[in-house]
Design a protein around this ligand. Structure first.
Ligand SMILES: *Cc1c(COP(=O)(O)O)cnc(C)c1O
Length: 295
């Protein structure tokens, strides 16, 4: 399997007319380019968990849904690190597995399906009542995840930016970026979940008493997690036409849509220089009908 190559990460300058008009600059940090499967922020969030599991010689166990970027990234990262791994998957096993789960299986992740009810209550099979397993929380949420995500900013000139913008699911990446950002930098995170009241607290739990300023924006979820509207897909296609940057409909499409809208509404002062994190996730677009996206 292809290795992860952080040397592929680039900062792509956005040259959209709106930015010129508003006198705002923006670079996209292309974490999506490190690997086709271990795409984007997931590898950064996983790196310290994997080191620990490797040192303790344990089998990794983690959780996710049928289209989970985290499940696939864990499967691929474990394969590269020669670590055994198990994915606990939400819901009954479907006759036609999603392309995400097919790939995870090909990478030798063992898949265990549990009912949505059991998953919701975090009821895991009894065989895991042993210390031979190393559990990674869903989405990589945790201190190791945030510290790994903090290293994302080693791949750009972070001191040149006034703002860092990212998509937030569990908030682990946001917490890492807050930790690693320059003191004067402002972090704006776009929540991709509907009414996620816990997000702010969950981020604060991971970044302790950092004094840096961050803002969570809850207005761009398009109906909720993994939900979308035609307006979002149209935007993603148009954004690709103008920038040749592909995005995913669960995270980065909502992020780029939001940033574009916020710039239009003068959320960022003239003279701002934004770093927008492309956190990957493109594999999830395979759940859309063929031809929906032009990339
Ligand atoms: C998981 C994921 C996120 C969200 O990261 P959190 O640390 O859970 O907030 C953002 N973008 C992509 C592409 C992801 O796969």
């Amino acid at each position: 399997m292809q290795d992860i190559d952080t040397g592929n990460i680039s900062t792509d300058r956005l040259t959209l007319p709106l930015l010129t008009e508003k006198n705002v600059e923006g670079d996209v940090l292309r974490l999506d380019k490190i690997h086709p499967l271990v795409s984007g922020n997931k590898w950064f969030k996983l790196r310290y968990y994997l080191e620990e599991a490797k040192a303790e010689k344990k089998t990794i166990v983690t959780y996710g849904g049928a289209w989970s970027n985290h499940i696939l990234a864990t499967a691929a990262a474990c394969k590269l690190n020669k670590l055994p791994c198990i994915g606990i998957i939400r819901g009954e096993e479907a006759t036609n597995l999603s392309s995400t789960l097919i790939k995870a299986k090909e990478l030798e992740m063992e898949l265990i399906f549990i009912t949505r009810a059991a998953y919701g209550q975090r009821k895991i099979p009894e065989r895991f009542d042993k210390s031979d397993y190393y559990f990674i929380p869903e989405g990589g949420y945790g201190l190791n995840g945030a510290n790994g995500a903090a290293s994302i900013l080693n791949y750009c000139k972070k001191e040149t930016y006034t703002h860092i913008c990212c998509a937030a699911g569990t908030g682990t990446m946001t917490a890492g970026l807050i930790k690693a950002a320059q003191p004067a930098c402002k972090i704006t995170a776009i929540s991709v979940l509907k009414n996620n009241a816990e997000l702010e607290k969950n981020i604060q739990l991971l970044c302790g008493n950092e004094e840096k300023s961050f803002e969570l924006i809850h207005d761009y979820h398009f109906g909720g997690y993994a939900k979308y509207k035609t307006e979002l897909l149209d935007f993603m296609n148009e954004f690709y036409r103008q920038t040749t940057i592909p995005s995913d409909f669960v995270y980065t499409g909502k992020l780029f849509f939001a940033i574009n809208d916020l710039i239009r509404n003068n959320y960022f002062q003239a003279g701002s220089n934004l770093l927008i994190i492309h956190s990957g996730g493109l594999q999830g677009n395979a759940s859309l009908n063929n031809g929906t996206l032009i990339f």
